[in-house]
Design a binder for this molecule. Structure first.
Ligand code: RIB
Ligand code: CA
Length: 325
């Protein structure tokens, strides 16, 4: 088990990234690996989401292998939500979840151990408030860890999650964004946990588009892994680009890493967020009390806007640095 070193203020921030790769997830965790002065990636934990747990794990290992970073431990987690059946999104991400560029089957394997247990182990064995979870998938693994270890929520430094929607509306139903829709019970546990949460909803990520110009800039770095990501991200934007009739598709998950690296490029507001779980029409809706009408506790730092040019420059800069090959 990789132990975070004793904390000093100039130490990189220790993070665990919980992920369901499609390419936007992989761009996020590779960006983090390209930022060693600011971030120490303790582990990647996989979950059933965009595609099956088997495929999200294979995609995680493929991405690490592409950049020669298979020293990063990968732990497999839940293959389905806490209470519901898994709803995957092959129509968006393709059958494997990693379409657009052929990568070889990974030689590396996931480590033994169930991801929620590993999250508990890493957090409880390191200094209090020294570990941040970046959640860029349905929140099942984190909720299971919180249920198993009641002390976990208060020991975490923060959860930075891509998910939810306020006035942008959902991308699975009119009410709900995918990561919250798939496992609303898990999201309810996380938002009610008392852990400091930074939420990056569609209201923000829909302003962070993989335009042709930005993808060409990414490709121009000229390294093999950037060429691969040019094709992976180009495929990954098709569904939203056609649906939303935009110049590009949203690059969702790297916003979590960009926030940890440059919070100043985002605009935020502290709000209460409540998750709808009990009514099918609003299943997975993240109800954002923007005007504080309900006098509910403030449980979320919501990012609602960003400097999209600065965001994409950061993505390209740090993704380019991920490779050790
Ligand atoms: O709604 C966007 C989220 O769903 C992102 O995490 C993307 O990877 C997909 O999982
Ligand atoms: Ca994701």
């Amino acid at each position: 088990m990789i132990k975070a070193k004793p904390r000093t203020k100039d130490m990189p921030r220790s993070i665990i990234i919980d992920t369901d790769p499609s390419p936007d997830d992989a761009a996020a965790f590779l960006m983090a690996l390209g930022s060693p002065d600011e971030l120490e990636v303790l582990a990647l934990t996989t979950v059933g989401g965009n595609v099956s747990l088997k495929n999200t794990t294979i995609n995680t290992l493929k991405a690490l292998e592409l950049v020669g970073r298979t020293e990063i431990p990968v732990y497999m987690g839940a293959d389905r939500p806490i209470k519901r059946d898994l709803i995957t999104a092959e129509e968006v991400h393709g059958n494997t979840g990693f379409e657009g560029y052929d990568l070889p089957e990974p030689k590396a394997k996931a480590k033994s151990g169930f991801a929620p247990d590993k999250i508990i182990e890493l957090v409880m064995e390191n200094e209090p408030n020294s570990i941040t979870i970046c959640a860029i998938a349905p929140l099942t693994n984190i909720a299971l860890a919180m249920q198993k270890e009641p002390k976990l929520a208060k020991r975490l430094q923060e959860i930075v999650l891509m998910g939810g929607a306020r006035s942008e509306g959902g991308n699975v139903t009119p009410a709900a964004e995918y990561n919250i829709y798939v496992d609303p019970e898990a999201a309810e546990i996380v938002f009610n946990s008392g852990t400091p949460i930074t939420m990056i909803p569609l209201d923000c990520t829909h302003k962070a588009l993989s335009t042709d110009a930005r993808l060409e800039k990414l490709r121009a770095v000229g390294t093999p892994h950037m060429e691969a990501f040019y094709h992976l991200l180009k495929f990954n934007r098709i569904f939203d680009q056609e649906k939303m009739n935009l110049d590009g598709g949203p690059l969702h998950d790297p916003t979590t890493i960009a926030y940890l690296l440059k919070p100043e490029i985002f605009k935020s507001k502290k709000v209460n967020v409540t998750i709808s779980t009990d009514y099918e029409l609003t299943r997975g809706m993240s109800v954002v009390d923007w005007w504080g009408k309900m006098n509910l506790p403030i449980n979320t730092n919501m990012l609602y806007d960003l400097d999209s040019e600065a965001y994409y420059d950061l993505v390209i800069e740090r993704l380019a640095l991920a490779s050790k090959t």
